[in-house]
Design a protein around this ligand. Sequence first.
Ligand code: COA
Ligand code: AMP
Length: 632
Amino acid sequence: MPSQYQNTYESWKNDPYSFWDKAAARIDWFKKPSQVFDSDTGGWFVGGEANTCYNAVDRHVEAGRGAQIALIYDSPVTGTKRKITYAELLDEVETLAAALADLGVGKGDRIIIYMPMVPESVVAMLASARLGAIHSVVFGGFAPTELAIRINDAKPKAIISASCGIEPSGVIAYKPLLDEAIAMAAHQPDFCLILQREQQDCALIDGRDFDYAETMNATRATGKKQPPVPVKATDPLYILYTSGTTGQPKGVVRDTGGHMVALAWTMDHFYGLKAGEVFWAASDVGWVVGHSYICYAPLLFGATSVIYEGKPIGTPDAGAFWRVIDEYNIAVMFTAPTAFRAIRKVDPDGALMNNYNLDNFRALFLAGERTDPDTLHWAREKLQVPVIDHWWQTETGWVIAGNPLGLGLVEVPPGSSGRPMPGYDVQVLDDDGKPIARGNLGNIVIKLPLPPSCLPTLWNADARFKDAYLTAFPGYYTTSDAGMIDEDGNVFIMARTDDIINVAGHRLSTGAMEEIITSHADIAECAVIGAADQLKGQLPIGFYVLNDGVKRPPEELEAELVALVRAKIGAVAAFKTAIEVKRLPKTRSGKILRGTIQKIANNEAYTAPATIDDPAILEEITAALRGRGLLK
Ligand code: COA
Ligand code: AMP
């Protein structure tokens, strides 16, 4: 059958409000929206009232599908497997929500969730949604300082956490990190709910910390169950902090109605999932992919979702993904290209695939960073299924451009992340805001209004929202991605236009790392760039200049800076290299030429900008990289 993509995109373009009105019919509303979109406020499904937890859980049970598996927990790092039906999930969320309500949490209150990949993390998100509270999940690999920044900004009434997480390197005690963050923060939560894990439990602080299991048991004993609280379609469901250009992350706000409508649409139209099938997003609930495709979208659609606490390699081997696909009959999978690069490095022939039955596996979707054509071809050849790159951002919560399996695949060349999805009018502009001819590089922007699910604002920072996204190109949303659109309408995302880098699919700010490095007493200034890396896509490299008169052995200082970034941002930053240089290349007006340093580190051709202060410094940078064996 020919692809329905073009027709569908055009039907949206011709009448966007009817398109989204129809999509909204899949959602159970307590009160139907009176208006699809309000151009004055930018709100979607205005006048509507609903509850995301009700739509993700209750209604499937009410429809008689309580016995269907909602969540599969597979944890090779603990040797645990568990299946949770929709009826069991309902019992968990209505009990946890009742317990939280008893402890004083209500509509509009914030709850921070700082947890490893255990089912309780998803239960906590849903319980928050059930109460009309606003959750903010913080990725477990972030250090206490990052957690403290989020506590101060979101001002949570409660924090839900666990005693520990398990990484291949060993057990990571979460509780000391949580205690340190709370000690650091100006805002104090009323209470913490702590899931004790048998791999390592932790001490609880009297009066502040409650044991998760005990609290659940006590609530169950009372028979209390929290009904879903109706909230406005435009009320926030969650805040997800993501890297901005400074140490202060951006609190991306997700609304209730638009989010549900867009996500439910994607499951079949984009990912091609059918009712009753199993969907697996191998990501972490701390990232947007985990929010949308481990928790919300599969459940809104009534599918089965997998929570995988493990890695693509080493838990126990590079066949881990194939085992999970086989064992749970996964139809469609979603992960980051870096995971496939990791597998390919260890098992280049894909020999471990032969141990498993992948006959029912239908498609692999990749996002979070550009899928390099090499990895794309390898995955296609080995898996013999469509391998689909798709582009999105924390800010949108769902795919901006991709190849829609559900509507029917279109021709997309390797290196492109596909065609714009309904809702997105993607364009390429030059720095003056003028349209650029097809096939030429420029700033990728989206014509306003943004579709449902995209951020209405930043938490407590409306001016920053306008400044960061709406000011550079009036009438358009600035994606901060650069790239092009070819003659056939395929979008190519090539680079960020800001200082964000992408390390193993994790979005990190080099500006935030620079702030930390320059906080060291011996450092005068520094520049952090993202150097190309075969496994992780990019890796940060820091170049620093010492204060006048300071002499330190470079190995010693590097170890201190690496430890500092690890302590302040977290292991996830993967900051392992700091190189001493005498000077940094700058323009005559004093702007550090990070782009040029990056090109040198990546062994790419470059021309020294005409405004460069002293071109000789570029040679010094080249020599410094060669001295460390990072450049031939
Ligand atoms: N809690 C605590 N620490 C964590 C953590 C968590 N939830 N997640 C990662 N870390 C730590 C790791 O242990 C590692 O620490 P180390 O420096 O002490 O070894 C560090 O953060 C970097 O982790 P990671 O980025 O996972 O790199 P890795 O080298 O351990 O593994 C891959 C490389 C490719 C296997 C891994 O990045 C991966 O599976 N990526 C999948 C991509 C993904 O999930 N992307 C999310 C967006 S879709
Ligand atoms: P995040 O908000 O963490 O999802 O990161 C969003 C950024 O990751 C985007 O702005 C892009 O720079 C990059 N990105 C995500 N998906 C892709 C993709 N498929 N191709 C290229 N870049 C991508």
